[in-house]
Design a protein around this ligand. Structure first.
Ligand SMILES: [Fe+2]
Length: 436
């Protein structure tokens, strides 16, 4: 399962709660597949949803919980099972051999968020996943939770009250901290109930607020820093780690103390969402934003936050070696889906050296590559010793393939062609323990 970007209507974006069509997991991509979608009176592409025609039902769904089980965004290992997940608090067990669904994995806990991340992160040393959710009600709050390995119960680590919750898609995790990147794209949840508005229509871009990093101690649940920076929007974080500010390579005003380094894909604003409307993607001149790989350094002593672009390349679906990410260690290399093809007849896979700023690319005309997944070589100590896997769609041959690139040279090592096309998906993972 991999995510290659997708087309989505406004109301499809609201479907995370109503059980229809896609989730809101999609950054922009020229490799999108558009679903047949009716239009509303304004000509805006829409997909009818239960909630639009039934406001009381929508209220009940929003606040009491009747979330979609269309868990099509990501996969994790949860409670010893392979679980498909999305932005609703529902995990669906999947047979790793047959991919048959095996029912909902009940959480049976007190976590009550109605909207969750599709990107919980695994900490191998602590033996737990960490994620966050957004709870709407008379009061609203972000909930950061942990799920100890072997179970499905979420334990709330800390909460952050908020007047108007932001749309957030992923977050960052270090050895001691969880970092929420709060886009200034916020909504009063009561606006979710408007019968003529979809979920995403309720949000508004407030650049004057800036983007807030919320740094929460994973042990105490306390918010230890919440610096704001000039506004940007993000879907996906690549990785994060802690370091001494005086170490070689530390950036910004180095005066000692610790800092958190967060690498993410940033957009200037939330207009990237406009590029995901089906009517825009289906046009001959689609208007899609391009993300850039950006590094923010967050001093924990209240010092000045610095941010800079790591490489001159359009990128989404950032990935690092899972060996690095799950060990909460610093990374050097970020893999991603590139977007620099001017004629929009393909996209790229890219490898960014965050230290040197160099970019290696792989591309093939007429071929669209999905999210890369890095698979480390057995028993290696080298971060880029391994394979980069990606599902390709050859639009001329009308068939897909699994591509394997060498992690170091970024040259093709193998390609397994399938005799048909594979629909674009979302995110993917490699599970060695699920090999059959
Ligand atoms: Fe995602």
């Amino acid at each position: 399962m991999s995510e290659t970007g997708l087309a989505r209507s406004r109301s499809a974006a609201s479907a995370w709660r109503t059980g229809s069509t896609a989730s809101r997991c999609s950054p922009p991509s020229r490799s999108a597949t558009a679903y047949a979608t009716p239009t509303d009176s304004s000509g805006r592409a829409r997909t009818a949803t239960r909630s639009r025609a039934n406001p009381p039902g929508r209220l009940r769904t929003l606040l009491a919980g009747d979330p979609t089980d269309n868990a099509n965004a990501n996969v994790i290992r949860l409670g010893g099972r392979l679980a498909a997940i999305t932005e609703s608090p529902v995990a669906v067990a999947v047979d790793p051999a047959t991919l048959a669904t095996e029912g909902i994995l009940e959480h049976d806990d007190e976590a009550g968020a109605q909207h969750t991340t599709a990107h919980p992160l695994h900490d191998a040393s602590r033996g737990e996943h960490v994620g966050y959710g957004e709870r709407f009600g008379l009061d609203h709050q972000y909930e950061i939770y942990r799920i100890p390995d072997g179970g499905t119960e979420r334990e709330v680590v800390g909460t952050v009250p908020v007047d108007e919750p932001a749309y957030m898609h992923s977050f960052a995790l270090t050895e001691r901290y969880a970092v929420l990147t709060e886009n200034p794209f916020t909504a009063n949840p009561l606006r979710f109930l408007h019968p003529d508005r979809s979920f995403v229509d309720a949000y508004e871009w407030h650049p004057e607020s800036g983007t807030r990093f919320i740094v929460l101690d994973r042990t105490t649940g306390a918010v230890v820093a919440e610096p704001r920076v000039p506004a940007f929007f993000t879907f996906h974080h690549a990785n994060a780690f802690e370091r001494e500010r005086t170490e070689a390579g530390a950036e910004g005003d180095s005066d000692g103390g610790n800092e958190i380094v967060v690498d993410l894909v940033a957009y200037d604003d939330a207009d990237v969402l406009d590029g995901l409307y089906l009517d825009d993607i289906g046009s001959s001149t689609p208007d899609a934003s391009t993300g850039e790989l950006r590094r923010y350094c967050l001093p924990l002593d209240g010092g000045r936050v610095t941010g800079r672009t790591l490489a001159d390349v359009g990128i989404e679906f950032p990935q690092v070696s899972p060996a690095v990410a799950t060990a909460m260690e610093p990374h050097r290399y970020v893999y991603g889906q590139g977007d620099t093809d001017a004629d929009r007849n393909a996209n790229e896979l890219v490898k960014v050296d965050t230290e040197a700023g160099d970019v290696q690319t792989w591309a093939e005309r007429g071929v669209y590559a999905g999210e890369p997944t890095f698979v480390p070589a057995p028993d290696t100590a080298s971060e880029d010793d391994g394979l980069v896997l990606s599902i390709l769609l050859d639009i001329n041959a009308e068939q897909s393939a699994l591509l394997a690139l060498d992690g170091r040279s970024f040259e093709e090592r193998a390609r397994a062609i399938v005799p048909h096309s594979i629909p674009f998906g979302f995110h993917g993972r490699y599970f060695e323990e699920f090999e059959s």
